[in-house]
Ligand binder design. Structure first.
Ligand SMILES: [Zn+2]
Length: 378
């Protein structure tokens, strides 16, 4: 496939394929294709690499894979009835090699880093992306350094260490963690994976849209995601946009996002009609996976939100933990608190009549409950 990088905000072409941000506006970059295939794959491959004809890495580059993607899509019965919905589904994104959706992005990103000749990968993460990148780096035979906030759950740090990655915890705001990882990524032979801005990570995440379209025979009416940095949200929006352009689906779903009331820069921007995330007063939350004050993809997320007719809602820790318990007890689905935010948000959207009983709605269950089995209320 012929592709290049361009700014996702102002569309300016990037200087080269290794650029990390727009040199005009500083915006995040995205992969642009000259032309995408005119058919969905007939291959019997399952998961992310089933869609390799739609991905930027040429088919002759060996993929770094652990069988990611191809996650279960299950219809919710008892929980749906309890909130007045008729056609709600959970896409079990935690049923992946490291226990979160991040494996989709890590597989494509680490494949890219290895093809570029990187010897070491640096990443900043509140836990799940760090584990995913560490695992795929191990699989690829690359060294890996993960920078994590000092507040990260010990169980998540242990998983990162287990993959042999060097772990450095950084005190202070999330931005300080990213800055440390970026500085290390500029060293010789290193590749900064920074999933919150890296376009190849989003390319891996977009395969979720392709799976849903194949499984449902088209697009659902609504998709609901917990959003911090928005890599999955942007990936899903991108995938459905490409499916729409190729006329595989008749309309894109409405893309709703859910944040924690303790950190809601995108919800605040949506409520105010702003084009960029608004500054917020951050308070501690059990949803560490979406605790991002300054999302690098903020303007891209807000544009997709408006373009698809999505809503942005904030839920508090009690609502998340309550949803977490109910999904486990009613449906047998045990998720981390960050993921439960999306169900609490869908319940709000259902109560407000945004998602109606006859609508199809898919919630991505982004991370396993085993990642953080006993979150403490802040
Ligand atoms: Zn730009």
């Amino acid at each position: 496939l012929s592709w290049s990088l361009a700014c996702a905000v102002c569309s300016r072409p990037a200087a080269d394929a290794d650029a990390t941000a727009c040199d005009r506006c500083g915006g995040v970059l995205a992969v642009r294709y000259a032309a995408l295939p005119q058919r969905l794959p007939s291959s019997s491959l399952r998961g992310v690499w089933r869609y390799r004809d739609w991905l930027p890495e040429a088919p002759d580059v060996a993929a770094v894979t652990l069988g990611e993607g191809a996650t279960p899509l299950v219809r919710l019965q008892r929980w749906s009835e309890s909130v007045g919905l008729g056609r709600a589904y959970a896409k079990l994104e935690y049923v992946q090699p490291t226990g979160s959706f991040k494996d989709r992005g890590a597989s494509v990103l680490v494949s890219r880093a290895r093809a570029r000749g990187a010897r070491r990968i640096t990443e900043d993460s509140s836990g799940n992306a760090g584990a995913a990148v560490a695992a795929y780096a191990a699989r690829a035979g690359l060294e890996c350094t993960v920078f994590a906030p000092a507040s990260t759950a010990e169980s998540k740090l242990a998983q990162i260490r287990a993959y042999g990655a060097e772990l450095r915890t950084v005190a202070g705001p999330r931005e300080a963690v990213a800055a440390a990882a970026q500085a290390a990524g500029r060293e010789d032979g290193a590749y900064y994976a920074g999933h919150n801005a890296n376009p190849f990570f989003v390319e891996g995440c977009k395969t979720l849209a392709f799976e849903l379209a194949e499984e449902l025979g088209g697009a659902p009416d609504h998709v609901i995601l917990p959003v911090g940095g928005g890599s999955l949200y942007c990936g899903l929006a991108l995938g459905f946009e490409q499916l729409l352009d190729a006329r595989f689906i008749a309309a894109a779903p409405r893309h709703h996002l859910v944040q924690a009331t303790g950190c809601m820069p995108l919800v605040a921007a949506f409520d105010a009609g702003a084009a960029a995330p608004l500054p917020v007063q951050r308070r501690p939350t059990v949803a560490g996976g979406i605790e991002i004050e300054h999302p690098a993809r903020g303007t891209v997320i807000l544009r997709a939100l408006r373009d698809t007719g999505g809503n942005a809602v904030a839920v508090d820790d009690c609502a998340m933990l309550d949803a977490r318990v109910r999904l486990a007890a009613l449906e047998g689905i045990f998720m981390e608190p960050t993921s439960a935010a999306a169900f609490a948000g869908l319940e709000r959207l259902a109560a407000a009549g945004v998602v109606r009983p006859q609508d199809s709605a898919v919630v991505a269950v982004t991370g396993s409950g085993l990642k953080d089995p006993q979150p403490a209320l802040a």
